[in-house]
Design a protein around this ligand. Structure first.
Ligand SMILES: *[C@@H]1O[C@H](CO)[C@@H](O)[C@H](O)[C@H]1NC(C)=O
Ligand SMILES: *[C@@H]1O[C@H](CO)[C@@H](O)[C@H](O)[C@H]1NC(C)=O
Ligand SMILES: *[C@@H]1O[C@H](CO)[C@@H](O)[C@H](O)[C@H]1NC(C)=O
Length: 439
């Protein structure tokens, strides 16, 4: 046999084996009905009773994987006569890298609402060329199936990190099955940190109970492996630690650790984890999605309402191009505020080393630091606190040296550049916020 045709046969056989494997997998999990308790946070702070969610009602989820396999099969079938094409279709020949991969899980007793909700994510992902990964079986039923979330993220992180860098998906976005994409026109890079925030590895959101782990972004990075390992091992290592909200509390606690906290940023919940309450949706037309964590049994009519909207004529009112949404303006103000806060904190640290500021200044700085670490989603408040600290230094220039007053002037320029009224020509990279401090 010609060596090239041997290769073709080998590829074809592998594809058939993958296909058979996937079918097998599908059959097992459809029959294997789990009482999957997806905890759903209620307004009283409790989780709703176990919800059964589908492995896949229509087989749609599985057929997606199978579709991939058969697409690959037909691709290689069409090229099988041309051995050159087969050679060039090896996985390394066409590096692809997506900004974001969508990740979720769905298994157990069929539930058409969850199936359809996940499908809104899959359609959104397909439209923007994002891969989507849906865990379809209970692989890690530790105490409660929610721990699958962390196990699956760990698996995907490892799978991405072993690829050459240019082929990796850069971020993973976790979405719970009770969230629905409302504005599929939006690409997800609007939420990602700018280049000068390369130390940020988690983008999360909060509600009155603290972190909500129903929707968040995680950077594909070894940092994330370290963080997940720590969170997922809490039940074994700290068996008496009260994990009231299970994996959510574990993540929240881990995000708070000194070694991780500077890489976790809280964005306004309304941007990508917008809640549906009993009385209303907290978002508006053009917002990315709707999440229903606190509705208890009322979740079903609310999900039906939103699935009706997103699959019917009303969808047109909700789907807006990014220019017509809150995102361009709000994200710009947000990141500029964080840049300014960072500059103020740097300056304060420098002053702490040079001269010892008075107690009230120290306290205001500490308050700003804590707000920056744990509540950057409240960025208007954050800005006020930074301006307060800044003003304390400005009001007492007599305390500073010539050098420190010179830097203080630059800090003023930095504030004007970042937060000035002439928003259209704001250039965050102007350099006024990168001053020399080590004198
Ligand atoms: C995180 O740390 C802050 C500041 O020390 C504290 O106020 C908050 O309760 C902590 N949260 C968690 C979940 O540990
Ligand atoms: C959703 O649409 C169906 C079919 O039009 C309708 O029967 C149902 O009442 C709608 N549900 C909600 C909650 O609006
Ligand atoms: C400057 O010194 C005054 C008087 O000692 C003090 O009250 C004030 O807090 C100091 N300000 C700063 C920014 O150090």
């Amino acid at each position: 046999m010609h060596p090239l045709s041997f290769r073709v046969v080998l590829i074809a056989v592998s594809i058939i084996l993958i296909f058979v494997f996937l079918r097998q997998f599908a059959t097992i999990s459809i029959d294997d009905v789990y009482q999957f308790s997806q905890p759903v946070l209620q307004e009283n702070g409790e989780y709703a009773p176990a919800v059964t969610s589908p492995k896949s009602e229509s087989g749609k989820g599985d057929s997606k994987a199978v579709e991939h396999a058969s697409a690959a099969a037909s691709a290689s079938a069409t090229t099988s006569e041309d051995s050159k094409c087969v050679a060039s279709s090896s996985p390394t020949a066409q590096p692809t890298s997506a900004d974001v991969g969508i990740v979720s899980m769905l298994y157990g007793k069929p539930n058409e609402y969850y199936v359809k909700a996940i499908e809104t994510h899959e359609r959104h992902a397909a439209r923007h060329g994002y891969p989507s990964y849906i865990l379809r079986s209970n692989v890690y039923p530790l105490h409660n199936g929610v721990w699958n979330k962390l196990a699956y993220l760990l698996h995907l992180l490892v799978a991405e990190l072993q690829k050459p860098e240019q082929e990796r998906t850069k971020w993973l976005m976790w979405v719970d099955a009770d969230s629905i994409v409302v504005n599929p026109a939006l690409s997800l890079d609007i939420f990602l940190p700018p280049k000068d925030f390369s130390n940020v590895h988690v983008l999360a959101t909060k509600d009155m109970n603290g972190l909500n782990a129903g929707v968040f972004f995680l950077r594909v990075h070894h940092w994330s492996i370290q963080m997940i390992i720590k969170a997922i091992s809490i039940p074994q290592h700290l068996p008496h630690f009260g994990l009231g909200y299970l994996e959510q509390t574990a993540l929240y606690k881990t995000f708070n650790d000194t070694e991780f906290r500077e890489s976790v940023i809280y964005e306004p919940r309304i941007w990508f984890n917008t809640y549906e309450f009993h009385h209303a949706y907290e978002g508006k037309h053009g917002d990315f999605q709707v999440h229903m964590p606190g509705l208890g049994k009322d979740r079903w009519p609310h999900m039906e309402k939103w699935l009706n909207i997103t699959s019917g004529p009303e969808q047109a009112e909700w789907e807006l191009p990014v220019e017509e949404t809150r995102y361009p303006k709000e994200t710009k103000v947000y990141w500029n505020t964080l840049r300014y806060v960072r500059a103020v904190l740097n300056y304060a640290e420098y002053r702490e080393k040079k001269d010892s500021p008075a107690k009230d200044v120290k306290e205001a700085v500490e308050d700003l630091r804590v707000t920056f670490l744990y509540a950057s989603d409240a960025y208007k408040k954050l800005k006020e606190k930074a301006e307060k600290v800044h003003k304390m230094f400005e009001d007492h220039t007599g305390n500073g040296t010539e050098d420190s007053n010179h830097v203080l002037k630059q800090l003023g320029q930095c504030r004007d550049d970042l937060l000035g009224s002439s928003e259209s020509d704001t250039n965050p990279m102007k350099g006024s916020c990168h001053f020399e401090l080590d004198k």
